[in-house]
Design a protein. Structure first.
Length: 366
């Protein structure tokens, strides 16, 4: 069911001055794919235009902040090694070190815009300090980020696994993923067969994901600078690319439709579903989901967890593991045997997923 964008948000305290004299010892963090990034609805719905690297470093800082709170050592200043950042980008390119240095210079000038009403915005620089030195990046979150993360309120907060951002190459994919995760977590949005739909103004959507920006016009009037004024270019360069990346690399799927509302204004309808719910429906349709007597979805989760351990450190992501579980008809013994056989055959790691799927779907028949 389509629904206009009317999500509740928690107010953020007024922006304070950045006095970081309290920070003496910088915490060094090693994050994992299972580290959790938390963002408030208001932060997700803000307007920002960060590059891919800028967004990922921001996400790392948010994940580190949450971990510091959970450990009872709340801090807003963190240090990450270049190799740690490199892992989040899933790259072996040495050029990333230069990119980290350049990003550190830019981060402190980027602002987030919170829309208060049609004319007024509240601006904040989320990372007012960043320094790259000796192969380590130190960043500080602005103090108001405490409220922007809403760690004390699940109602206004979205929790996301850091690993879902790992292989996203488009800055738009990252922002669209965050928005869709927010809609999936909103109980006020009706779902049909697990899919949730929401309709919003195209320009508002572009502003949130960084495909458009506000500029000053005459007499202080705000104008919109649209990076993709032609629908075809917007679909090809932003929507279709993001749709493919999210399907391949994350835990959700989405589709979209560009239309016009009753006033003739362009609108976009986003339709999204959690990948696990999607597979659950698929499996139910073909009667391959474990029965309740065999554990039901609990069995799926258990086998998925065991496979995650089995393939740890291998070039197989969470979504591919789900596909392997389904292809095996929930038989972990077959998965393990197939994996060990391919290891003995010296199967290249970059071909491991394809080879396992081929063995499971097309077993040799003597």
């Amino acid at each position: 069911m389509k629904k206009n964008m009317t999500l509740e948000t928690e107010p953020i305290e007024s922006i304070s001055t950045n006095d970081f004299n309290e920070f003496k010892d910088v915490a060094v963090y090693e994050l994992k794919d299972t580290s959790i990034v938390s963002k408030s609805h208001k932060l997700i719905m803000s307007q920002l235009d960060f590059s891919v690297m800028e967004q990922k470093i921001f996400l790392m800082a948010l994940a580190a902040y949450r971990e510091s709170v959970e450990k009872g050592q709340e801090t807003l200043e963190f240090k990450f090694s270049a190799n740690e950042i490199r892992k989040l980008f899933d790259t072996s390119s040495n050029s990333i070190y230069k990119k980290i240095e350049d990003t550190a210079d830019r981060l402190t000038s980027h602002r987030i815009a919170y829309k208060e009403d049609e004319e007024n915005f509240t601006y904040v620089v989320p990372i007012p300090y960043a320094d790259y030195n000796g192969g380590e990046l130190t960043v500080r979150l602005e103090k108001s980020m405490r409220e922007a993360l809403s760690l004390s309120s699940k109602t206004y907060r979205v929790d996301m696994l850091l690993g879902n951002f790992k292989n996203l190459k488009s800055k738009y994919s990252i922002r669209i993923y965050e928005l869709l995760k927010m809609y999936l977590s909103d109980n006020n949005i009706d779902s049909r067969d697990g899919w949730k739909s929401i309709t919003m103004d195209v320009i508002e959507f572009k502003l949130m994901i960084g495909a458009a920006s506000m500029i000053d016009g005459e007499n202080g009037k705000k104008l919109v600078k649209d990076s993709y004024p032609r629908p075809y270019n917007f679909k090809q360069s932003v929507l279709d690319k993001s749709k493919g990346e999210l399907e391949e690399c994350t835990d959700i799927l989405f589709d979209y439709e560009l239309t016009k509302n009753g006033n003739g204004d362009p609108v976009i309808t986003l339709k999204t579903i959690d990948r696990l719910n999607y597979h659950e429906k698929e499996m139910s349709d073909v009667n391959v989901i474990p029965s309740k007597s065999d554990g039901g979805m609990d069995a799926f989760v258990e086998i998925f967890t065991m496979c995650t351990t089995l393939f740890e450190g291998k070039n197989i992501n969470a979504n591919q593991i789900k596909e392997i579980v389904v292809a095996s008809h929930f038989n972990f013994s077959i998965i393990r045997t197939t994996y060990k056989f391919l290891k003995r055959m010296n199967c290249p790691e970059d071909k491991l997923y394809e080879s396992i799927m081929d063995e499971l779907l097309h077993p040799d028949i003597d």
